[in-house]
Design a protein around this ligand. Structure first.
Ligand SMILES: Cc1cc2nc3c(=O)[nH]c(=O)nc-3n(C[C@H](O)[C@H](O)[C@H](O)COP(=O)(O)O)c2cc1C
Length: 387
């Protein structure tokens, strides 16, 4: 069995479908739910997503495939929101437990194979720089998924023409600063905690929103973004990039800007991104994607704070200047100062304060086992291969 994941529309797919006869095809039927970030695929129903919408067995599908082909619209250096959604829903393919690969933290494989992946990016006038970004990105994805890149291709496509959608709300600026939490874990998320520290130290009128209540009314969220002067995006790193829900919103905003809608481009964008692994540098692809998106929309990218060891930092950040979160806390305060001055923070890769990576790996791996036990599972259940 071979597997193809693509975001082509019916007409585009019809042109190449005969090349993939007999393949398992995953395409956008508009019925995929976003990853809820619950880790159920690791710690409740190992290898399987808890959302039963037909995309819950992606890990098993990837495992069963002799090769995986991914065709995606080139989106800010990575995948489109649909393809990204499928990959976000596929992390059951790997195990929760941490290991080191070439000096970086990654996950242990569930299956002992190096899955061959072929990537095809479709885009208009892709430059060498664009291509390099995508190559760097899929390399990171393959390390994470214990895969191997068999091929990367770039297909030139025609420009997608869209009409300006109805931006329903008035376009004058309503909010000084919008703090938008793009983690579907909402108030429970680490993203929320980091955003709150910045918000608590920011002056002027502010609006703090979680993306979750807007999943079925993204247009409203788009309008909230358009009507803010400064936007601070809080998000987790998912599969080395932007979580699919945030990407969907970004695509929507870009579409509106590209269609020449009369919305204000005078907007400053800040990001605070956190991740499970220790080395915050792994957030580099995500920050680059947000920057590229800003360029596409005509917004001003003002930089991002990258936070490694998110699982721990989210718990210790409440100790402020004390404890392993000291440096992160200080950068969040500095970001608030920059936002107050409508200034730039640049891209900042934070480190933990006096807390070694080995300690974090042990803390994380033990935490997974404890969570599994709470869910009535034994250690060996987590390694399940038939899902
Ligand atoms: C689908 C999915 C993919 C993830 N991919 C990565 C990754 O590529 N690298 C990483 O360090 N952490 C990854 N994580 C871990 C999250 O970034 C981490 O748990 C983060 O602290 C969650 O933040 P939040 O509480 O704000 O949602 C992933 C988590 C999920 C659910």
């Amino acid at each position: 069995m071979n597997l193809i994941i693509h975001d082509l529309n019916e007409k585009e797919w019809a042109k190449i479908a005969s090349d993939y006869e007999g393949w398992k095809v995953i395409s956008d039927k508009g019925d995929i739910s976003p990853c809820a970030g619950c880790f159920g695929c690791w710690l409740k129903t190992p290898g399987q997503c808890v959302i039963k919408d037909g995309y819950d067995k992606m890990g098993q599908l990837i495992h069963s495939a002799d090769e995986v082909v991914v065709i995606s619209r080139y989106t800010y250096g990575g995948f489109s929101s649909f393809v990204k959604n499928v990959l976000d829903r596929s992390i059951g393919y790997i195990l929760p437990f941490f290991r080191l690969v070439k000096g970086e933290m990654h996950h242990q494989p569930r299956f002992h194979e190096k899955k061959p992946f072929r990537f095809i990016f479709r885009g208009e006038n892709l430059t060498e720089e664009d291509k390099e970004k995508a190559k760097k990105y899929v390399k990171a994805v393959c390390i994470n998924f214990n895969g191997r890149i068999k091929d990367i291709q770039f297909w030139e496509t025609e420009a997608e023409t869209g009409e300006a959608a109805e931006v329903s709300k008035e376009q004058e600026v309503k909010t000084e600063t919008l703090f938008l939490n793009c983690s579907l874990r909402g108030d429970e998320s680490r993203s929320r905690k980091f955003l709150d520290i910045i918000a608590d130290n920011t002056e002027g009128e502010k609006l703090q929103l979680n993306v979750t209540p807007y999943l079925k009314k993204m247009d409203e969220l788009r309008d909230e973004v358009f009507s803010a002067k400064k936007v601070v995006l809080g998000m987790p790193l998912y599969v080395d990039g932007i979580p699919s829900t945030a990407l969907k919103l970004m695509e929507l905003l870009e579409k509106e800007c590209a269609a020449g809608s009369a919305v204000s481009r005078d907007k400053k964008i800040y990001v605070v991104a956190n991740m499970g692994f220790f080395e915050s540098e792994q957030i580099g692809n995500l920050l680059s994607m947000v920057k590229t998106w800003c360029e596409k929309c005509g917004f001003t990218y003002c930089g991002g704070i990258a936070i490694g060891a998110g699982g721990m930092m989210g718990n210790v950040i409440k100790y402020g200047h004390h404890g392993p979160g000291k440096f992160v806390y200080e950068e969040l305060l500095r970001a608030a100062e920059a936002i107050n001055a409508s200034g730039v923070i640049g891209d900042i890769y934070t480190k933990s304060y006096k807390f070694p990576r080995i300690g974090y790996i042990m803390y994380g791996n033990k935490g997974f086992l404890m969570k599994a036990k709470e869910n009535g599972l034994r250690k060996r259940d987590l390694y399940k291969k038939t899902c």
